[in-house]
Design a protein around this ligand. Sequence first.
Ligand code: HEM
Length: 131
Amino acid sequence: MQFTSDARSFYERIGGEAPLRLLVLRFYHHMHALPETQGIRAMHQANLASAQDKLFMFLSGWMGGPSLYIEKFGHPRLRMRHMPFSIGESERDQWMRCMSHALEDSFDDKTLRDELYEALSGVADFMRNKS
Ligand code: HEM
């Protein structure tokens, strides 16, 4: 559970499905474009469409909206699904760098951006599987 300044879910606060789709689109756009995130870009398939779709579905439920990922794929077991990739501090920080830019592009409300950044940092850190 996240401790935030607002009782509403993140999903509601960002404005639902369309803004979430845009956030995820921008996230992968930055991953593809930023020189400093080419390390994690290279871990992904050439075509980012499926990763994009899955992150959108996952975040929908994680933010308190429809549990799209679970409905389609079952329990996310996210950490286990990331085991094939070598994720340390650098990879975690690259992921958060893309997210930070995408949040900046997407939402004017700084409190909302900061709270989402904080909460996602926890998930990204949990994904580390090397020191
Ligand atoms: C910490 C650094 C992270 C790295 C380096 C990373 C990397 C990856 C890679 C390479 C894939 C496979 C994508 C493909 O099919 O091409 C993937 C899948 C995925 N990632 Fe991450 N990821 C990270 C963190 C996260 C976080 C924090 C979340 C959620 C907030 C997340 C959510 C997902 C989801 C939902 C999938 C799809 C899983 C599946 O069903 O196969 N990832 N990730």
